[in-house]
Design a protein around this ligand. Structure first.
Ligand SMILES: Nc1ncnc2c1ncn2[C@@H]1O[C@H](COP(=O)(O)OP(=O)(O)OP(=O)(O)O)[C@@H](O)[C@H]1O
Length: 454
């Protein structure tokens, strides 16, 4: 039976609800300590909470404190706050703190029952979602709707079924490995191994044996013949991350493997045929490196049969908000929290931050803010970000008033446009100007990237 806790010090109301809500397994509490005790003992999924609790029933402070405590102990509980019929301010405050809904007195049991029923339905759905997420985690999905990321995913989709050796170019943390996995998962090799190796993280003298394996006795300590990463990827996909960091002598051996599809283990004489798809990635400019002769030109052409540029987060527009929402959902589950979303200043700060660490930086910021936040919405402070407008007020690079104004106005237009999700009427509204004025400004400042959503 669905478990309901009613927190109200009015015995008359308790009685009324006991009879009126007989479909539920119902328990009562008169004040904050007994509510918390019942919460621990009875673990209700839904709670109705009168904000006017003793010792100060004329005031909402005790009720709001109870709400905060309940949600910090059991974030998935749905709390319906009961307020006085004129007390809109506290009702809204409760929603801000994470209450599921509010109900204004006088109590009509039938109406209240409908709200309670809806809350139980939501609890059921959320439980089902959590169960499904555990069974089938959406790993490796490429989240994003921006033109830049869609262009990259389209290319990745097109080549997934082919054997083309692909080079993924992008800054650190942009999701190159996520892309490589995704290509593998959409290829005919999906049921075989995906083996990743980061050439920059393995000491130069170990990289060769790590990749190609070694024969027993090949060097001191080689006590038994061992397969390398290439052989382990047999039949599947090998992801060579940071290929630009591969030492020159090893590049020759790599080229032979890519051309002839055979390898020799360190200390071995036998040629071992391999059937492997290769995906490489780097944040370096391999073409420039080959001019400077720090990367073999022939290897560059071999690994870059097709290049996919993975855009940095700052060029992905609203994707940052989509990614943030998806991380929030998974961290809410991981840390048993029920943070509902982001305040406007947090959204704006995320849209304007430079994200030099890209998605990894966003992920880290989200993780710590979910752990630390104790309100229903994450703010820019929780994220440790400041809005660009505050952040950069002294960094306009020029004291020429016209230039300063132009820069500030262009920034504001871009921010509003992103917040309004490319809706021009909403952008104009946020900026407090008419649509014709907005179009005139876009024209004047040549903001060619700003155009109505199609
Ligand atoms: N589109 C995406 N959707 C969800 N999560 C993503 C996406 N892209 C990347 N991530 C997450 O961001 C983090 C960094 O991604 P990844 O390791 O693929 O980046 P990378 O470019 O390979 O980084 P590096 O160059 O440092 O190796 C990972 O935790 C990954 O799960």
């Amino acid at each position: 039976m669905a478990k309901l806790l009613v927190v109200d010090d009015d015995k008359g109301i308790q009685k009324q609800l006991k009879w009126g809500l007989s479909d539920y397994d119902i328990v009562f509490a008169d004040d904050r300590p007994s509510a918390i005790a019942q919460l621990r003992r009875f673990e209700p999924e839904v709670i109705t909470l009168d904000l006017g609790l003793p010792p100060d029933p004329a005031n909402a402070s005790e009720g709001l404190a109870a709400l905060t405590e309940i949600l910090s102990l059991a974030p998935n509980t749905k709390v319906i706050v009961i307020t006085g019929n004129t007390d809109k301010e506290h009702a809204l405050k409760s929603i801000e703190l994470g209450a599921y809904d509010f109900y204004q007195k006088p109590i009509d049991v039938e109406t209240l029952n409908t709200i309670i029923q809806r809350a139980f339905n939501l609890v059921g759905l959320e439980q089902e979602n959590r169960r499904l997420a555990k069974v089938n985690p959406a790993l490796g999905a490429i989240i994003g709707n921006s033109e830049t990321i869609l262009a990259a995913t389209k290319r990745a989709e097109k080549i997934a079924k082919t054997e083309i050796t692909t080079l993924l170019l992008g800054e650190s943390g942009t999701g190159k490995e996520v892309f490589a996995r995704s290509i593998h998962n959409h290829s005919d090799r999906a049921d075989k191994a995906f083996v990743a190796i980061n050439c920059a993280s393995i000491p130069e003298n170990l990289l060769e044996s790590e990749l190609f394996g070694y024969e027993k006795g090949a060097f001191t300590g080689a006590s038994k013949t061992t397969k390398g990463k290439i052989e382990t990827a047999q039949g599947g996909t090998l992801f060579l991350d940071e290929i630009g960091d591969m030492p020159l002598p090893l590049q020759a051996k790599m080229l032979r493997f890519l051309q002839e599809r055979v390898i020799e283990r360190v200390g071995g004489r036998q040629e071992i045929p391999v059937d492997i798809r290769v995906i490489c990635a780097t944040h370096r400019n391999l073409q420039q490196m080959s001019i400077e002769q720090t990367f073999r030109e022939d290897l560059f052409y071999r690994v870059s049969e097709l290049i996919i540029n993975i855009p940095p987060l700052r060029e992905r527009g609203n994707d940052v908000l989509l990614l943030a929402q998806s991380f929030l959902t998974s961290y809410n589950q991981q840390f048993n929290k029920s943070i509902r979303g982001f305040s406007d200043d947090a959204k704006q700060a995320m849209l304007t931050h430079k994200w030099s660490g890209n998605i990894r930086e966003l992920q880290n910021k989200l993780k710590s803010s979910v752990v630390m936040a104790d309100t229903a919405f994450i703010t820019s402070d929780d994220l440790g970000l400041m809005c660009e407008s505050n952040d950069k007020s002294n960094d306009l690079g020029s004291l020429n008033l016209r230039e300063v104004r132009e820069k500030a106005e262009s920034n504001a237009i871009r921010q509003a446009y992103n917040l309004a999700e490319k809706n021009m009427s909403k952008t104009a509204e946020l900026l407090g100007v008419t649509r014709p004025t907005l179009y005139a400004m876009i024209d004047k400042y040549q903001l060619d990237d700003i155009k109505p959503a199609t």
